[in-house]
Design a protein around this ligand. Sequence first.
Ligand code: DQA
Length: 146
Amino acid sequence: MTTVQIFNGPNLNRLGTREPGIYGTTTYPDLVSLCRETASRVGLTVQVRQTNAEHELLEWLHQAADAGADVVLNAAAWTHTSVAVADACAQLRGRLVEVHISNVYAREAFRHHSYVSPHASAIIVGCGVDGYRLALEHLAGSPQNR
Ligand code: DQA
């Protein structure tokens, strides 16, 4: 079984203390546990990673492309800024679920544009950290979801 890759971009390691009014009080380690528990319940294996270095995310996306893996991506601020992340997402051969904890469309205008969305097979926005659970349940669903 191919492992679903879950990639988190900059500042998401600060979950729990970072702007809790927007992102909630779940910590990053709690989020990793939530992803692993959900994956095991729905019959998936996952690798969950976070980075504050853009080149590292690009390398992970390249590896996922080569493996044909499904990806859950919260590119955080790079969502709104990075052509390089978009170009890496374009190379993916598996499904790509874009997740944002907050409702980016109810926030500043600069968060309304995503370089990731054109490459995503599904987008989950504003469901809090529950969005990761929903993404994994979606990916575990029938091949018709592909
Ligand atoms: C975010 C939304 C982005 O606009 C922001 O830069 C983040 C987190 C979210 O999960 O809501 O860092 O991707």
